[in-house]
Design a protein around this ligand. Sequence first.
Ligand code: ZN
Length: 88
Amino acid sequence: MSKPLFYELKDSANNMAAAETRCPVCQKTNECAVANQREASECWCMSRGFPPELKQQLELIDPERCLCDACLMFFKQHGHLPELSVNK
Ligand SMILES: [Zn+2]
């Protein structure tokens, strides 16, 4: 017999939450408050300010996920995001 639907929903919700806690650029934890079931107003990104160009790039990479602090700092210093570490 197949598993009750409840467990499948719970599993996929957990997987989604796990992915959301990772930075889409460097795959490190992004410390996003929303992904960790806390208030968005508690998130570190609220006090930083994201440049509009960065928001645009992030939309292309993964609109659902929050960047990490390190990648935001990198963008502000270099004007672009670190290379995606896909082919390493
Ligand atoms: Zn990052």
